[in-house]
Design a protein around this ligand. Structure first.
Ligand code: PMV
Length: 328
């Protein structure tokens, strides 16, 4: 494994790092097999891991009880030493629709897999999805694939450059690399945390209703047209399709008055904007017109959002050189 490993074998102490993600088209529908388009964002979570006398996460000595993703990750990579001191540093707001859990899982898994002899990126993506699924119970491998792969990816779209295919035993999601159109983006976090699992279950019920199939077809159509517009590097069309995707997400019940206020505030500076991720709170993504990114950030800040101007993360989950101790 070590020779072909994208994450190489190393010994402790180890530091893993993984980026946030932003969904441009197809969230929720992807859980049911619809196409999704998303990219890794240059906000990162860093996880350092070293053997210790007891297990702790940021000083918490009962972390398995308090952090739903930690236990499944440690179990998945057993036997790593059972007692580890784990510390995180993150620029990704939590429960904000930006993939903070997936980034934590990917950064930690990269470190643990490295201690176990290294891992290929495809195997790491499969492990991270299994861990997230064990913690969350529902969902697609979109977030975990984007944070492991970096740059832009699509799910459930044929014909592109294949990366890997991930299965939960019932459904399979092919994941492909797609080209970066090279634009900057603006994210606005509403400050309202939400649960991905709860939102996914609510939308799944909505999609099981009589008109569910036609709703899914509309999600599919907007994502495929979005992919074409990205390929043609056409920001006007991408912006229009983001708005169309947002209307569909509103129809399935995951918008929120705060998100609508953010969208209204940012639109004059943008080609288009929409909620991103599970919704019901969380964040919006906007495509600013050239030279208007700062204005978009200001507009969002003025209505109380935490706003970030972001670009694509060029690399997915990886190892960093651990800090060298200079005090002895
Ligand atoms: O809000 P997030 O970052 O958890 O994104 C969820 C995306 C969904 O499509 C709603 C669920 C999923 O697992 O794909």
């Amino acid at each position: 494994m070590a020779e072909t490993a994208d994450v190489p074998a190393r010994s402790f102490p180890l530091v893993g790092r993984a980026p946030a993600k932003c969904i441009l088209f197809g969230e929720h529908a992807v859980v049911h097999g619809g196409p999704e388009v998303l990219f890794a964002v240059d906000l990162y979570t860093q996880v350092s891991v070293r053997p210790a006398e007891h297990l702790s996460l940021n000083g918490d000595r009962e972390p398995r009880a308090h952090h739903p993703y930690l236990g499944p990750a440690l179990d998945r990579f057993a036997p790593v030493p059972p007692h580890l001191e784990i510390r995180t540093i993150s620029r990704i707001p939590r429960a904000a629709g930006l993939g903070s859990s997936a980034a934590f899982v990917a950064a930690l898994s990269a470190a643990l897999a490295s201690a176990r002899g290294g891992i290929t990126r495809a195997a790491l993506a499969a492990e991270c999805f299994a861990i997230e699924r064990a913690a969350q119970g529902v969902g697609s491998p979109g977030d975990t694939s984007a944070t492991v792969a970096g740059r832009w990816v699509s799910l459930n779209v044929g014909g592109a450059e294949p990366l890997w295919e991930i299965s939960d035993g019932q459904r399979s999601w092919p994941v492909c690399r797609i080209a970066d159109p090279g634009w900057s983006w603006v994210i606005g976090y509403s400050g309202i945390p939400r649960s991905t699992g709860k939102a996914v279950r609510a939308v799944s019920e909505r999609l099981a209703a009589a008109d569910g199939a036609s709703l899914l077809e509309r999600f599919r159509s907007v994502a495929l047209r979005g992919l074409d517009a990205l390929r043609e590097v056409d920001p006007e069309a991408v912006g229009r399709l983001m708005e169309e995707n947002h209307r569909l997400l509103t129809e399935v019940g995951v918008s929120h008055p705060r998100l609508e206020a953010l969208l209204e505030a940012v639109r004059p500076a943008c080609y288009g904007a929409k909620l991103t991720g599970a919704g019901a709170g969380g964040s919006i993504i906007a495509l600013p017109r050239p030279g208007h990114a700062l204005e978009a950030v200001r507009r969002l800040t003025r209505v109380g959002a935490a706003a970030f101007s972001v670009t694509v993360a060029p690399e997915g989950a990886s190892l960093l050189e651990p800090p060298v101790r200079t005090d002895r």
